[in-house]
Design a protein around this ligand. Structure first.
Ligand SMILES: *[C@@H]1O[C@H](CO)[C@@H](O)[C@H](O)[C@H]1NC(C)=O
Ligand SMILES: *[C@@H]1O[C@H](CO)[C@@H](O)[C@H](O)[C@H]1NC(C)=O
Ligand SMILES: *[C@@H]1O[C@H](CO)[C@@H](O)[C@H](O)[C@H]1NC(C)=O
Length: 304
């Protein structure tokens, strides 16, 4: 029993010594907070003081992750007056002043992320002001990535598929996959944090298909797609082949026509000559022989 009594006394002493020395006791319920961009967050800061609250002074400061060298005074409570930083006017306010130093931050932005410090002073309570710190992270889902391709989409060619995601906190992970015939993931070359590309070399017709880039962080996934159609020179040549074949067949037809024309030229006159010859031969019997013999050769010559 004596043992436990001395433990109690010790504990009480430990509790009271800081109170006597330093003034206002400040505590935060959480030292780390996370909020989704656009939502509100309550930054807790409770204090204990023995003096009346008429001269209470509270100062909240922020060292933003985006610019730690330039801390700002988020909001100040002094003698019953509230002063906000102009950049936060309308978005920040005390939740239950003067009973706590909690503040509410509305419509949170990525730039709100950083180390917040709550400092409470309550004269005439002596000693240093009570100070507490907490870290606020503002997270946001990935934005819609942009997919692009560049290169030769023909058999044997190579293509680069690139994917750029504008924003996302924490930084989204970029992945590429070919979706058909079955889904396979592809090795991604990262260019910076927000851009990832895939190199496809020596393409075959099997390279054709739908490709997906996905940007993922704990808040979600966004996708964009590239539909690649690899053409082969043999696939494209039917047009050329058809053209060649058409020209060839036209040439053949022309040749045939020419041959027919030549044949007609040769046979036609001869045929007519034969008719004429027969006629002449009939006439020949009544008329002169000499005349008839010369005529065919003359006619032949004139036709050839
Ligand atoms: C934050 O938003 C809530 C709800 O819209 C509103 O009631 C409150 O006044 C806002 N606080 C500040 C500091 O603007
Ligand atoms: C491209 O693929 C063909 C057929 O698979 C192969 O013969 C050739 O060596 C490849 N060329 C390169 C540069 O990889
Ligand atoms: C991809 O392109 C091919 C050929 O252009 C087409 O047949 C197919 O439907 C497309 N797929 C998608 C998902 O758009």
């Amino acid at each position: 029993m004596g043992c436990s009594a001395s433990w109690w006394i010790q504990t009480l002493c430990v509790c009271f010594i800081p109170l006597e020395n330093a003034a206002v006791q400040v505590t935060v319920r959480y030292s780390r907070l996370e909020v989704v961009q656009g939502e509100f967050v309550l930054l807790p800061c409770a204090f204990v003081t023995t003096s009346p609250l008429s001269r209470l002074n509270i100062i909240w400061t922020l060292a933003p992750f985006s610019n730690p060298e330039a801390p700002i005074q988020v909001i100040v409570y002094d003698h019953g007056q509230v002063i906000e930083d102009p950049s936060l006017t309308g978005r920040v306010g005390f939740a239950d002043i003067p009973w706590t130093a909690d503040i509410i931050l509305n419509d949170t932005q990525i730039s709100d992320a950083g180390i917040y410090r709550c400092m409470v002073n309550n004269p005439p309570e002596a000693g240093d002001p009570g100070i507490a710190e907490l870290v606020l992270s503002v997270i946001m889902p990935p934005s819609l990535p942009v997919c692009q391709w560049a290169g030769d989409v023909e058999v044997g060619g190579s293509v680069t598929l690139s994917c750029v995601v504008g924003s996302g906190t924490p930084t989204p992970e970029i992945q590429w996959a070919k979706l058909n015939p079955e889904e396979i993931s592809l090795p991604v070359n990262m260019e910076g944090d927000l851009s990832g590309s895939v190199q496809i070399v020596n393409m075959t017709s099997a390279t054709s298909g739908l490709y997906r880039c996905s940007a993922t962080n704990p808040l979600g996934t966004q996708n964009c797609y590239v539909n690649l159609s690899v053409y082969s020179p043999s696939e494209s040549s039917p047009g050329i082949l058809q053209g060649v074949l058409l020209t060839l067949s036209m040439a053949l037809v022309l040749l045939a026509l020419l041959a027919v024309a030549l044949w007609l030229h040769r046979t036609g006159p001869d045929g007519r000559w034969r008719d004429a010859k027969e006629q002449r031969e009939e006439e020949e019997e009544e008329e002169c022989y000499n005349e008839i013999r010369y005529t065919p050769t003359l006619m032949k010559r004139s036709f050839v």
